[in-house]
Design a protein. Structure first.
Length: 97
């Protein structure tokens, strides 16, 4: 059976996974994981941390919303869309427009 390990930073955050079927020498300090722990960490990524010998949930801040487009950017998008529509209309036969 494959044994998987977690390599952590000082805060217990994941730096990467190792498995003994790929890496011959597992570094000191690597944490052996059960298959369930490995699957949970894969599924939740940074929302998990290793604390006191177990995998625990971490409250992550919500992602930052992208900045709202400027009026100039909106106008540019409208003009680009209009140009594409005009190009499509130009390809239609004259009697179908």
């Amino acid at each position: 059976m494959i044994q998987r390990y977690a390599v952590l930073d000082a805060a217990g955050d994941l730096l990467g996974f190792l498995s003994d079927d790929v890496v011959q020498e597992i570094p000191a300090g690597a944490i052996p994981l059960t298959d369930a722990q490995w699957q949970e960490w894969l599924a939740h990524g940074r929302a998990r941390r290793w604390e006191n010998g177990e995998l625990v949930p971490v409250d992550l801040p919500p992602p930052e919303a992208p900045p709202a487009p400027t009026q100039a950017e909106i106008l540019e998008q409208i003009q680009a869309t209009q140009a594409r529509l005009e190009a499509l209309l130009a390809q239609l036969p004259a009697n179908s427009a």
